[in-house]
Design a binder for this molecule. Sequence first.
Ligand code: PMT
Length: 222
Amino acid sequence: PTDQSLAGINVVITAGPTQEAIDPVRYISNHSSGKMGFSLANAALSMGANVTVIAGPVNLTLPTTIKRLNVKSAREMHQAALDSLPMTDIFIACAAVADYRAEEVHSEKMKKKADTDSITLTLVKNPDIIADVANASNRPFCVGFAAETNDVEAYALGKLKRKNLDLIAANDVSVGGQGFNSENNALTVFAKDKRFDIGLNNKKEVATQLLKIISQQYEMRS
Ligand code: PMT
């Protein structure tokens, strides 16, 4: 029988990219497919959790026993996460959220200008979803991801501390065959004074191993 250590626990997972509109036909986004976050949702479900996925625009389906909230922008994802807070025991931020959005969203399609070769797009900071969840009163157990191309451990530990997280799963996205839009992944998971390595495997297996670590650390939380 599968491990049922998350029976009755409310797990909320953000997954996929966000899309930040520039005009009605253009946006800023990234290569997240949602596969890692959706694999985590399926793994949590099989461990008995009540699972909610806050999904950016992705082409994936979920079992109907998982609650799915579809969003596009970081600000929509932020609102959905805060709205879910009263029913969140464990929050896992797997989404690749755009750090910035266009300051101005044009209501009509921007026209190409004949008289200039360059235009400037001003970007403004988006809210930090997991940091706000982690700093809420009655905060859930918070698990972040860190997608890094260099100095993976140092940046991951910096995010663990700065965002006030319980665990962070560091993803080296400079290595081919893992991370964004890949079938496989490998993670190094850090707590304040602990480290766990999850070797290269398909995202379903990586998700199962990560959820086991999360449920053990959640059990031991102080
Ligand atoms: O979707 P896949 O194709 O399967 O790829 C999986 C993945 C590579 C996207 C995933 O494993 C991953 O690493 N997700 C985090 C990507 C990311 O944007 O990391 P970051 O280091 O920029 O952000 C750090 C943490 O803060 C993350 O938990 C992120 O969700 C969260 N964050 C970031 C910005 C923001 N405004 N709000 C947030 O909550």
